[in-house]
Design a protein around this ligand. Structure first.
Ligand SMILES: [Zn+2]
Length: 140
């Protein structure tokens, strides 16, 4: 996957999610909080597989051990992180969700093989900065 292909996959997914939020509101304008904060696409070196995921709680979500081990470094999964100046709960970002779906496609993959698109806000389709948790976890 090229950077552009990965970006396009995330951008398209952001549009699909935004449209589904709007459709669910039956003509009423959705509120800020009705949209997921971010969408991202994740692939791996030399792979044509890619996974798009959005930010959400991970309370009922089981991370693969390869992702889980890294998340534990920054705090308790589904709890506050110990990364300075980052208020996102550990495991709630789009990045770990997408990374998890991608890494599950092959036991041979490591986190170091993963490649990420920019993070996109579905509500505005703007590129947003990776958060402190994700920078620390995935070296973004
Ligand atoms: Zn993040």
């Amino acid at each position: 996957m090229t950077r552009q292909e990965l970006f396009n996959a995330a951008y398209n997914k952001a549009g699909v999610i935004a449209n589904s939020v709007i459709r669910r509101h039956h003509g009423n304008i959705p509120k800020y909080k009705d949209y997921p904060a971010a969408v991202i696409s994740c692939s791996a070196k030399h792979s044509n597989i890619h996974k798009e995921e959005h930010s959400r709680s991970c309370q009922h979500y089981k991370f693969d051990f390869r992702i889980l081990n890294l998340l534990k470094v920054i705090g308790n999964v589904d709890g506050p992180s110990n990364v300075k100046d980052c208020n996102n709960k550990v495991g709630h970002c789009a990045e770990p969700h997408a990374a998890n779906e991608m890494i599950k496609t092959s036991m041979r993959l490591t986190v170091g093989d993963l490649e990420f698109s920019p993070a996109i806000r579905p509500r505005t389709r703007q590129i947003i900065q990776y958060c402190g948790n994700c920078k620390a976890t995935f070296g973004l």
